[in-house]
Design a binder for this molecule. Structure first.
Ligand code: ADP
Ligand code: MG
Length: 246
């Protein structure tokens, strides 16, 4: 394996006495797509919350580019190069498509480059438009976000995550609520984005995951019960028993 971009060692998270995630160890190579699967309540979103700083782990370490980032506050993550989208659509419905991304570009800029806060407006506009182009929404830049189709709203969320030029992109159920056509478009988008960044995604659509992912991690009751390529995971007897119901 080449040097991992991200490595977690024995990470866990408790809520009071309840163990939501325990003893998860895994390393992730750059420019690969990894899917995290598992039944409801398995700990998938908790895992993402730890990887994006939304929650601190109660145990274990997280390394990003060989650096220990365990306990780093959430607002620093985007600056480290880690961005995420959420399970629930999270945009400003009354703003235009372009404004949604521009607000994110501005927030990213002013928080970390306060002395450059007066950077040319055009630079922020360009950054926003580049992110929109990357997800195929440049042609809709003046549309009010609430008038986009559901699939396009999810693509807009990804554009918002992309303004920070993340090396690691975490997507929590990017095809939730999508029909077959929108799902196909999202798969094509993820494949395109995977060419030059590392992607972790939580998903339920097995067929989609098998075609898209280089690797699959299976969580069950907060533990990693399988980790391998799609072929290996499909034939793993424990995975079939707990997840595929066979
Ligand atoms: P998944 O995304 O795999 O469906 P989650 O990671 O959301 O699962 O949740 C794993 C378990 O941890 C669930 O039983 C859930 O109820 C519990 N949990 C998640 N977040 C919290 C929290 N903030 N407080 C208490 N329990 C939580
Ligand atoms: Mg979840």
């Amino acid at each position: 394996m080449s040097a991992p971009l991200l490595a977690v060692e024995n990470i866990g998270r408790r809520f009071g006495g309840f163990v939501a995630l325990e003893g998860v160890t895994a390393a992730f190579e750059p420019n690969k797509v990894t899917a995290i699967i598992g039944p409801n309540g398995a700990g998938k979103s908790t895992f993402f919350n730890l990887l994006s700083g939304v929650l601190a782990p109660s145990a274990g370490t997280i390394r990003f580019k060989q650096r220990d980032i365990t306990g780093t506050p959430q607002h620093r993550f985007v600056h480290l190069g880690i961005a995420r989208s959420y399970q629930i659509t999270n945009i400003f419905p009354e703003l235009s498509v372009h404004e949604n991304v521009r607000v994110a570009a501005q927030a990213f800029r002013t928080r970390y480059d306060i002395w450059r806060a007066r950077a040319a407006m055009s630079e922020l506009d360009e950054r926003a438009d580049a992110a929109l182009a990357a997800v195929g929404l440049l042609g809709r830049r003046t549309t009010t976000a609430k008038f986009l189709a559901h699939g396009q709203q999810r693509a807009l969320e990804i554009a918002i995550a992309l303004v920070a030029a993340p090396e690691l992109l975490l997507l929590d159920e990017p095809t939730a609520g999508m029909g077959p056509e929108e799902t196909r478009d999202m798969v094509a988008l993820i494949e395109k984005l995977a060419a030059d960044r590392t992607i972790l995604l939580v998903e339920h659509k097995m067929k989609m995951i098998l075609g898209l992912s280089d690797r699959i991690l299976v969580l069950h009751h907060g533990r990693l019960i399988a980790d391998g390529d799609p072929c290996h995971i499909q034939s793993d007897p424990e995975v079939r028993r707990v997840y595929l119901g066979q």
